[in-house]
Design a binder for this molecule. Structure first.
Ligand SMILES: Nc1ncnc2c1ncn2[C@@H]1O[C@H](COP(=O)(O)OP(=O)(O)O)[C@@H](O)[C@H]1O
Ligand SMILES: [Mg+2]
Length: 248
């Protein structure tokens, strides 16, 4: 079996909220080193799926494997220790701490037993990687939106993930800024992390994703390269009449 290369494997994942089936029968795999995008119209179930992957929710159906371990019933912390990291759509740093301190905290808590000196050094390296080194001594509340997103990615990376989950990190960025954010995600990938991201800005998906999973009404309606899925009639019709531009 060549399954050793899968970092994530979802098999028939489902999540029901009362009468609403938010995610239904979702199956996909992410190979090591692959950048995987999850797209779909508003309300398709993308964020719920991410919450199932990270352990915020337990699925009402299906199994999830992370790095070949069954984590279907594992809490967030266990997944984090196995190698799953997550940056949130809503950025939540410690506002009065400096940028460097924020990332140091991530390094300290992300890997139990990490010494302060080690954590501080690791934080510096991540500030270099994410382009935040010049702002290291600023208070987190003084950052711009783009810098905040960089910080959120740096904090997620501080837990030394092998897989990083990103939920609409480009939201609110101007086009030039989202190009910078694309560069940031490429650096993360080049550092050896497999990235799974939700994004509604199609040029970003086109530029970054090795493979795309398309959701609509809780289900996966297509998977493949950007080119393949955007040519799929089912995908085109799912996007018809929505705000998102499929062929941007
Ligand atoms: N905690 C929740 N409780 C009840 N319904 C929810 C909850 N979270 C999401 N939903 C519903 O599940 C569906 C999918 O939502 P979501 O996963 O946020 O979609 P997306 O991220 O693709 O926009 C929506 O109909 C949403 O209203
Ligand atoms: Mg969402």
């Amino acid at each position: 079996m060549s399954a050793g290369q899968d970092v994530l494997r979802a098999e028939g994942l489902g999540k029901r909220f009362g009468g609403l089936q938010a995610v239904q029968d979702v199956s996909f795999t992410q190979r090591r080193g692959e950048v995987l995008a999850i797209i779909g119209p508003n309300g398709a179930g993308k964020t719920t799926l991410l919450n199932l992957l990270s352990g915020v929710y337990r699925p009402s159906a299906g199994r999830l494997h992370l790095l070949e371990q069954d984590v279907t019933d594992s809490p967030i912390e266990h997944r984090c220790h196995l190698g799953l990291g997550r940056a949130f759509q809503i950025v939540r740093p410690f506002p009065d701490m400096t940028v460097h301190e924020n990332v140091t905290v991530g390094a300290l808590f992300g890997t139990p037993g990490t010494r302060l000196r080690e954590a501080r050094e690791q934080a510096w390296a991540l500030l270099e990687l994410t382009g935040l080194a010049p702002h290291a001594e600023k208070a987190a509340h003084d950052l711009t939106l783009l810098q905040d997103k960089r910080l959120e990615v740096a904090r997620a990376l501080a837990t030394r993930p092998q897989v990083l989950l990103l939920d609409e990190v480009m939201a609110g960025l101007r086009p030039a800024e989202s190009q910078e954010a694309v560069g940031l995600i490429r650096s993360v990938r080049d550092s050896g992390v497999s990235v799974l991201f939700i994004e509604h800005i199609m040029p970003v998906v086109r530029d970054l994703a090795d493979r795309v999973v398309v959701m609509d009404q809780g289900r996966v309606i297509a998977q493949g390269t950007y080119r393949e899925v955007t040519a799929d009639p089912q995908v085109v019709s799912a996007y018809l009449g929505t705000e998102a531009e499929l062929h941007a």
